[in-house]
Design a protein around this ligand. Structure first.
Ligand code: HEC
Length: 159
């Protein structure tokens, strides 16, 4: 074996060993990288979910009435001022049928009697409740103006 041949085969062996070593190293780095990134991805996902929930809550906060519990407790729910028939709609539940002794809308005589107290008293009784009628008819989310508009509508319909 000449010296040159020995050098060649030594080089070949070294070369193969190096290739193998680098392949193994590459695989190890890939595995480590995928572990590291899966951890980071999980953290990012968790963080963005938290931010989303927070943002949704922030956006809904001004409307308030749309929290699940409020919707269940008060329906129909309206925070803005309503007028006319729309304001009266929640009241109709009792005031169409006369449930629990509610003065029936359209009954001129009954409402003429009630009107003797004065419109302001009717407003405040509707807002604060009177006897079997709960405050705002039980629809606490109705604005005072909406309740007044509902009373106006009821009086208008009972002339
Ligand atoms: C749960 C049934 C119920 C609902 C809903 C209801 N009412 Fe009444 N309402 C009554 C009853 C019962 C009375 C009679 C109370 C009494 O004088 O003893 C009454 C009385 C009234 C009176 C006369 C008050 C007075 O001083 O004589 C007004 C005005 C009135 N309701 C307005 C409303 C308005 C406006 C709404 C909707 C925002 C509404 N009600 C929803 C049951 C209801």
């Amino acid at each position: 074996m000449s010296e040159e041949q020995m050098n060649d085969s030594t080089f070949n062996r070294l070369f193969i060993i190096m290739i193998l070593a680098m392949t193994v190293l590459t695989v190890i780095i890939m595995v480590l990288a995928s572990f590291a990134s899966s951890d980071v991805n999980a953290k990012l996902k968790e963080q963005s979910e938290q931010e989303n929930t927070q943002k949704v809550a922030e956006r809904l906060a001004p409307i308030g009435v749309f929290s699940a519990t409020t919707v269940a407790a008060v329906e129909p729910v309206v925070a803005a001022d309503l007028t006319g028939a729309a304001a009266y709609e929640p009241c109709a539940a009792c005031h169409i049928s006369g449930a629990a002794g509610a003065p029936i809308v359209g009954d001129t005589a009954v409402w003429a009697e009630r009107l003797k107290k004065g419109t302001e008293t009717l407003y405040s009784n509707a807002i604060n409740g009177i006897n079997a009628m709960p405050a705002k008819g039980g629809f606490a989310n109705l604005s005072d103006n909406t309740v007044k508009a509902a009373v106006d509508y009821m009086l208008e319909q009972s002339k």
